[in-house]
Design a protein around this ligand. Structure first.
Ligand code: ADP
Length: 590
């Protein structure tokens, strides 16, 4: 009953009123007249009387099964063909994965790794692992095998599920990861790679397994997922998501002004599941019943266009590099995108050319997003407010190029080095710090120690301003990393290897703007007095020591590398000195 009279009656019994009720107070018919003077309800905070419905991710897939069971999932398989399944299939096969893991003796809290593209089998492995309380650890195949082995050892993974394309990486690390007892290749017997390793195929692994299993019998703060970030200096650090944080992050993403997908949408997450949870789409799409289209290993413009067109995709998400490849394909073949409505672009700043091409040539709304692994990852999204939309197109474009606004569930502010709050004036830049139920409070195994300030805010390492409408704009990066094609390159690692060259006194790697990759590394070298070396010699020296795509695009020589007050390399000064330096790789990309 929602009757107004109820509230009035309750007020009469309020313990705060010291004076007894007046004798003539009106009494509702049927209510006992002997109103107690002192209430039996103790003063103080009171618990609500709502159900303890645990926020665990098995609820997402249960809901999809019950309410959207026949909604389609389309996968471009790593083997080649496009296959179709449903959320009901996903539900049953995930349960088989759970039983296969349990048969291997997997217990709650054990870490199960995947090295895999966006495919149905990968999502099944996610849910099959998480829903029994084991921890799904996504490995990033773009890392160097040595780094992948380091991360597996740090996480102490017991299983690795991997795609056939990654067999060479697996061969390179197999003898260096003693915790791994089970290798499962995500394919069927017909496509099993040639190997001497003791590997099971995924289809063999789950074949005949029961779909009967108990899911979700653990508290909502149980660990659910693990993803390492190299977004800060030093060794990679593990961000350990909980069921509660993943469910709340799903709800954050489901807001209309966030990812905002619905049951009518067909969703293509190009953003990889191995990097920051595919921005939560593997949870939010089943939660709302969107048709899901998964691109497998192919992210080139033609393959993505084919899926967008054939599957009638209405919503998609990826880093700018992917969209650059798509736009080149569209422009080259004179194609249109009549069905696509919205694209979320993030991970790196959206170049104006991409924004304008989508919105002005293809009538597709661009939503610029910013986030990070530590934030699950959604941090801000560029949905427009009414007062911004009322302005002229050029002003709107300026707002769209900012990194967006915080959705409900994310608190953000900017502070200076002394911790003083900075004004929201759209000009004053400072450290961007964040707080929320899906933001990390520490790293796995306490790597890096305490990462929150005394108010519980996490420093993102980004330098930004906030404006009066709540739009955030990144202006610089305090952390020492280079972001290329949406993935990190550690400047420190490049520098450490470069100073190993006998002629090098000091080395600094900085990111310079690049039209295709957003940033590419420039290596700046200070030679030892009297020593000589060419750029090519130094690059040859790095060859084999760092991943190929980390290889600097150019080498520059300086008399002296500038150092800051604490003896650290002054990257800000170097970025200013080299801001007009044109990388030789730029022309080839244009
Ligand atoms: P992800 O790339 O998945 O968002 P990472 O943790 O790898 O997560 O990287 C987060 C960092 O990437 C941010 O702190 C920021 O430096 C950079 N970044 C992410 N999105 C943007 C964006 N839209 N514009 C500029 N930089 C961004």
């Amino acid at each position: 009953m929602f009757g107004f009279g109820k509230g009035k009656d309750e007020k009469k019994a309020e313990p705060a009123k010291a004076a007894p009720a007046p004798a003539a107070a009106p009494v509702a018919p049927g209510v006992a007249t002997a109103v107690p003077v002192a209430s039996a309800i103790p003063r103080g905070p009171m618990n609500g009387l709502m159900q303890d419905w645990k926020l665990t991710v098995d609820k997402v897939i249960d809901h999809a099964f019950q309410n959207h069971g026949q909604r389609e999932i389309v996968t471009r398989t790593v083997e080649g063909p496009i296959v179709r399944s449903t959320y009901a299939d996903l539900y049953y096969r995930s349960r088989q994965v759970s039983n296969a893991l349990l048969a291997d003796g997997v217990q709650k809290g054990d870490r199960i790794a995947t090295l895999a593209w966006n495919t149905t089998r990968h999502i099944e492995t996610w849910y099959g692992t998480m829903c029994i309380g084991a921890v799904l650890h996504t490995l990033n195949p773009r890392l160097f095998p040595e780094q992948i082995a380091w991360i597996i050892n740090h996480a102490e993974d017991t299983h690795v599920f991997y795609d056939i394309t990654f067999q060479p990486i697996i061969e390179a690390i197999k003898d260096k990861v003693p915790s791994v007892k089970h290798w499962v290749v995500l394919t069927d017997a017909a496509h099993k790679p040639q190997t001497t390793m003791n590997v099971r195929t995924y289809e063999e692994y789950i074949a005949g397994k029961s779909t009967d299993v108990v899911w979700g019998d653990f508290p909502e703060d149980t660990a659910c997922g693990l993803c390492y970030t190299s977004g800060t200096t030093g060794d990679p650090k593990g961000v350990l998501y909980s069921h509660r944080s993943n469910v709340l992050h799903t709800l954050i993403g489901m807001q209309h002004d966030a990812i905002g997908i619905g049951a009518k949408d067909t969703v293509l997450p190009v953003v990889p599941m191995f990097h920051a949870n595919a921005w939560g789409i593997a949870f939010s799409a089943p939660a709302v019943g969107s048709k899901l289209v998964l691109p497998g290993a192919k992210m080139d413009g033609e393959s993505i266009y084919q899926l967008l067109n054939d599957e009638k995709v209405t919503f998609t998400a990826a880093v700018p590099t992917v969209w650059l490849m798509l736009l080149q394909h569209l422009e080259g073949a004179n194609l249109k995108l009549p069905l696509l409505k919205r694209v979320v672009i993030g991970g790196s700043a959206v170049p104006e050319r991409i924004l304008r091409a989508f919105e002005e040539n293809y009538d597709v709304e661009v939503v610029h997003a910013w986030g990070m692994t530590e934030m699950s990852p959604l941090g801000s999204l560029g949905a427009m407010t009414e007062n911004v939309m009322a302005q002229d197109r050029e002003t709107v474009v300026r707002y769209k190029l900012k990194q967006g606004r915080a959705p409900f569930g994310v608190e953000m502010k900017t502070i200076n080095d002394e911790g003083t709050l900075l004004p929201r004036d759209g000009k004053t830049a400072g450290r961007l710090v964040v707080r929320g139920p899906a933001v990390a409070k520490g790293y796995f195994k306490n790597a890096g120690g305490n990462i929150l300030d005394d108010q519980g805010f996490f420093d993102t390492g980004d330098v930004a301003n906030l404006d009066e409408h709540g739009y955030m704009q990144i202006t610089d990066r305090a952390k020492d990393v280079i972001k290329s094609g949406g993935e990190w390159i550690s400047s420190i690692d490049i520098e450490n290897f470069a100073v190993g060259h006998p002629a090098v006194a000091n080395a600094a790697a900085i990111g310079l703007p690049h039209p295709k990759w957003d940033e590419r590394p420039l290596l700046i070298i200070e030679l030892k007095p009297g020593a000589a070396a060419t750029g090519d010699e130094i690059l040859n020296f790095l060859n084999g020591k760092i991943a190929k795509w980390w290889m600097p695009d150019d080498v520059a020589f300086v008399e002296k590398i500038p150092l800051g007050a604490t003896g650290k390399i002054n990257k800000l000064a170097l970025r200013a000195t080299f801001k007009d330096h044109k990388l030789p790789t730029i022309q080839a990309a244009e």
